[in-house]
Design a protein around this ligand. Structure first.
Ligand code: ZN
Length: 151
């Protein structure tokens, strides 16, 4: 069974159980990928995230025995407009994930895991690693500021 994750903050109900929240995942929870705005009702990324970026991260979590704190994954339209995210931001369509990661060794293991799994778009800041699996965008590895919501 998976690791405890500190942003796993969801109340399960009869129509959204722990089983739903971990379906198809070894270590992560779909609720880690929901919108964090606290105003919408997208508490889980399950119906909003594309499978690929979530499965990739879950696989890295399992293989590297790392727990992940997801800063940002799916973002609802209202919050995305407010931040603001670019209109073509991968966060709006469930393809982008921003993982909090400050430890240099862990950061290396995360990035290595992404690259060996074919991820070709990675942005790194002091506090996080961002990646997306949007095949319509070019391959890219770049450093970004911590307050950057681009991509
Ligand atoms: Zn929201």
């Amino acid at each position: 069974m998976g690791y405890y994750v500190k942003n796993h903050n969801i109340e399960y109900t009869f129509d959204y159980t722990l089983k739903d929240d971990t379906e198809g995942l070894d270590n992560l929870y779909w609720s880690q990928f929901g919108c964090k705005c606290d105003k919408c009702n997208v508490k889980s990324g399950k119906n909003y995230m594309e499978r690929l970026p979530v499965y990739i991260l879950d696989d890295i979590s399992r293989e590297e025995r790392m727990r992940f704190y997801i800063d940002m994954a799916y973002v609802c339209k209202k919050e995305a407009d407010k931040l603001p995210l670019l209109s073509k931001s991968s966060h709006r369509v469930g393809l982008g994930v921003r993982v909090r990661c400050t430890d240099h060794k862990q950061r290396f293991r995360l990035i290595r895991g992404l690259i060996v799994r074919g991820v070709s778009r990675i942005h790194v800041a002091e506090e996080f690693v961002y990646f997306d699996t949007d095949t319509l965008k070019p391959m890219e590895f770049k450093q970004t500021p911590d307050n950057y919501y681009g991509a």
